[in-house]
Ligand binder design. Structure first.
Ligand SMILES: [Zn+2]
Length: 322
């Protein structure tokens, strides 16, 4: 799982404690002038654009997991193939700031170092300038808990959808119990707004066939469909709408006939009662009802000779004119 986060780097003074921590990762002992250090925010407990957030315990676990993990400087000309290593982490609580769900805002802050070499001098200058970065952390978590029902969102027990409101509360996914931290990377964002921002999104599974779509919908799960399936679905919808309109017209005709025969067969029945009688019936039952009223109406009043004296076919009730 990749998580992106907007962060700003800040160059750090190198203390004796920093050097001691850094030298746990180096083969030869480095002096303060040999290294460049900076701090970066890796992730926080706010709901992100994927509708997910880490819980506080997860941040604490990630704090330990990210120590020693290497970060890469992606997509930056000066940072190509450069790496930095995290040597210290802490979870910081900002008591003056609340998350969107009302908890105190917490974030995982890391300190990283890189050796001062000629090849990474440009990158160091970039970081020194405090250029904004998009930090991406890659880690795995064991639980994806639904904020509404408390079940794992991947299980059958949860039918909620991230981003949808339930009883006034937005459903989101709580990432718990991290299993591993793999890497982190960051992209230098040029000063121009919106230029060159690279964000990582988890890829949603794309549904391509009707049967797959049907199965997903039955589970009440979120679904992303392919453009082709979307087109097919649109065509299918038009067909169904046409069929539904035809069905509706046929049903109206059938109801009219049934009501007419009912009025003849059952003397004194009012039109509304007869219409109500037809309402809950499916087409087959409605046909049977029409036929039986039609037969009864024929017995009560022998209509055909009067109404259609010229007809040779007396069984053809459809020819009756009222
Ligand atoms: Zn749920």
């Amino acid at each position: 799982m990749d998580k992106s986060f907007k962060s700003a780097t800040a160059p750090q003074e190198i203390t004796a404690e920093d050097l001691e921590l850094i030298n746990r990762f180096t083969r030869k002992e480095l002096k303060a002038e040999d290294v460049f250090t900076f701090s970066v925010i890796l992730c926080d407990n706010e709901i992100d654009r994927d509708g997910e957030r880490f819980d506080n315990l997860a941040l604490e676990k990630l704090k330990d997991m990210f120590v020693g993990i290497t970060g890469i400087f992606d997509h930056s000309h000066s940072g190509k193939n450069q790496t930095a290593r995290i040597y210290k982490t802490e979870v910081v609580t900002d008591t003056g700031k609340k998350t969107s769900y009302g908890d105190s805002y917490r974030f995982l802050k890391a300190k990283a170092y890189m050796p001062r070499t000629e090849s990474n001098q440009n990158l160091i200058t970039e970081i020194d300038a405090g250029i904004k970065k998009e930090v991406s952390v890659c880690c795995s978590v064991k639980s994806y808990i639904c904020s509404v029902c408390g079940n794992d969102m991947r299980s059958e027990k949860c039918s909620h959808i991230k981003g949808i409101e339930y009883s006034g509360k937005m459903c989101h996914c709580i990432l718990k119990d991290p299993a591993d931290a793999y890497e982190w990377s960051f992209v230098a964002v040029p000063a121009q707004v919106g230029a060159g921002v690279v964000k990582s999104y988890p890829k949603a599974k794309v549904t391509k066939t009707f049967s797959e779509l049907e199965a997903t919908i039955k589970k009440g799960k979120e679904v992303v469909i392919s453009p082709q399936l979307s087109k097919e679905l649109g065509e299918k919808l038009s067909e169904l709408q046409k069929a539904a309109a035809e069905g509706e017209a046929y049903r109206n005709e059938l109801t009219k006939e049934t009501v007419k025969y009912a009025a003849l067969a059952l003397k004194g029945i009012d039109i509304e009662t007869a219409q109500d009688m037809c309402k809950g019936l499916d087409i087959e039952r409605l046909k049977k009802l029409r036929d039986s009223f039609s037969e009864r109406a024929g017995r009560v009043i022998p209509l055909s000779p009067q109404l259609k004296p010229a007809s040779k076919n007396h069984t053809d009730n459809n020819q009756f004119i009222f």
